[in-house]
Design a protein around this ligand. Structure first.
Ligand code: AP5
Length: 221
């Protein structure tokens, strides 16, 4: 991919806490396309009490994947008919083989293609440090870490001044379940994108800036 690609379409995969949201936010700013996060959209649906949110809530609380039709509807709409119509950085979708197949079918129907699928690789002990220290702005959703990306003022968002909170599913027992789900259900998706020759594997254990530079150089943006 190059800077001249006017409708970049990227997908970020990786275990919980690998930095998908963090890198997606940076890529979205750099490429000037929306960041579409499956997890964030589902949490918003839960907060708004929509039908999709009511279905998703118990799965998210337990660290399991929400039913395929719930997430496929939300993400297909955003990627192809809503904000993402002229390019996107998607984080957290597709996450199992059923979702992969649904997305493939939509791409074929719409005559669209994904440019790259970036897989962030991080060892498990680092994931646990990242997730237990993560804090999020309740107003704008910006992501922080108590040690690695602290806000300038304690518990206050640098961008909008909102309060920071810890996600419910960042408790240790739920983190373990999310890691198990990733291994069993999401790793096969990575293999599919390797077969399609779209997969770019990135060692994401370095600093936020180093990982970003590595992604940029590997996909030529
Ligand atoms: P989701 O919100 O997507 O959670 P996740 O995949 O578990 O990923 P996270 O958001 O926890 O981590 P991340 O990789 O984005 O890392 P981040 O950048 O925040 O999904 C939540 C739930 O929704 C799922 O469990 C499921 O129930 C449901 N769901 C979502 N998608 C679904 C789907 N497709 N199908 C079905 N169900 C679905 O970074 C983590 C922390 O580390 C931050 O504090 C950050 O500041 C810090 N950090 C990041 N990078 C670095 C670095 N390089 N060095 C040091 N610190 C870093």
């Amino acid at each position: 991919m190059s800077d001249t690609n006017s409708n970049p379409r990227l997908i970020l995969l990786g275990p919980p806490g690998a930095g998908k949201g963090t890198q997606a936010e940076k890529l979205s700013e750099h490429l000037d396309v929306p960041h579409l996060s499956a997890g964030e959209r589902l949490r918003r649906a839960v907060d708004e009490g929509t039908e999709a949110g009511q279905r998703a809530e118990p799965y998210i609380e337990q660290g399991k994947l929400v039913p395929v039709e719930v997430v496929v509807d939300i993400m297909s709409e955003a990627m192809f008919f809503g904000e993402g119509a002229e390019g996107f950085v998607v984080d957290g979708f597709p996450r199992n083989i059923d979702q992969y197949r649904e997305l493939r079918e939509t791409l074929e129907n719409e005559g669209e293609e994904i440019d790259n699928v970036i897989s962030l690789e991080v060892p498990e002990e680092e994931i646990i440090r990242r997730l237990t220290g993560r804090r999020i702005c309740e107003e704008c959703g910006r992501n922080y870490h108590v040690d690695f990306r602290p806000p300038e003022e304690d518990n206050k968002c640098d961008v909008c001044g909102g309060s920071l909170y810890q996600r419910e599913d960042d408790r240790p027992e739920t983190i373990q379940e999310r890691l198990d789900v990733y291994r069993e259900e999401s790793l096969p998706v990575k293999s599919k994108y390797r077969e399609e020759d779209l997969l770019v594997e990135i060692d994401a254990s370095g600093s936020i800036e180093d990982v970003f530079e590595d992604i940029r150089s590997r996909i030529d943006i």
